[in-house]
Structure formats: C-alpha cells, structure tokens
Design a binder for this molecule. Structure first.
Ligand code: HEC
Length: 108
C-alpha cells in the first residue's frame, strides 16, 4: 500500500510546487519600465545647440531650476561645463548658447 501511494504523493508535490516556481523565477532577466523623461528645454533660437551640447550629461532641469541668471553668469556656467566638466562645446557656439540661455532662462 505504501509503495503505491508514494508516487502519487511525489506527483502531488510536483503539482503544488510548480506554480510557485513559475511565479518566482530565480534566474533570467527582468524588464522594468522607467517613467518617460518629460522635462524639455523651452523652444527658441539656439535650442538645437543646448539639446546637442547639454543633454548628453544631464536633464534640462539643471538649467530650468536655476534662478534667472545674467548673460555673464550663463557664460560662466557654459564655460564651466566646457572647462571643468569636459563638455564638448565648440567655442564658436558659446555665444549662441549664452544668448539662448539668457533669453529663455535669464534675467531681463
Ligand atoms: C560633460 C558633461 C556635461 C555637459 C555636456 C554639460 N554639463 Fe552641466 N553639469 C555637469 C555636471 C557634472 C553638473 C553637476 C555639477 C555639480 O553638481 O556640482 C552640471 C551642472 C550644471 C548646472 C547646475 C549649476 C552648476 O554649476 O552646478 C547648470 C546650470 C548646467 N550644468 C548647465 C549646463 C549647460 C547649459 C550645458 C550645455 C551648454 C551643460 N550644462 C552641459 C556636466 C555637464
């Protein structure tokens, strides 16, 4: 009698365990969805430059959360990004970038 029941018990054990195993895989990859980045630079002349030169390192919120800065202060930021942070900003674009920043996020 015992000999006949044990395969049945073994089967029962498998049936009980397998849904658990399926629900909690121990290996393999897991995919997650990140919320979309919604912050954007304000549209305006030169926005293409800041999109190209600034977004490679950080979001536009680094700019939009600053208090309104003067042109000289924005120039200081842009030069700092280039010289200290290593941003690949072409010298010939600095004036246009500063102009964009002071127009959209500056002290008028
Ligand atoms: C090579 C990477 C890099 C690029 C490109 C870059 N930044 Fe930054 N930026 C940083 C880092 C790193 C910080 C954070 C510095 C800190 O926390 O002290 C920062 C911080 C800032 C801040 C916050 C104030 C400050 O000085 O910390 C502003 C404003 C800013 N960046 C503007 C810009 C603008 C405008 C551009 C494009 C012209 C730009 N950044 C491109 C790396 C970069």
């Amino acid at each position: 009698m015992t000999m006949r029941i044990s395969p049945f018990i073994a089967m029962l054990g498998l049936v009980l365990v397998s849904p658990l195993k399926a629900a909690t895989p121990m290996t393999g990859t897991v995919s997650i969805d990140l919320p979309p980045q919604t912050a954007q630079f304000k549209p305006g002349t030169g926005v293409d430059l800041v999109q190209k030169d600034c977004l490679i390192c950080h979001s536009s919120e680094y700019v939009s959360t600053q208090p309104p800065l003067t042109a000289e202060q924005w120039r200081g930021e842009v030069v700092k990004m280039k010289k200290v942070m290593g941003a690949p900003i072409e010298d010939s674009n600095i004036d246009a970038i500063v102009n964009y920043l002071v127009t959209q996020y500056g002290k008028k």
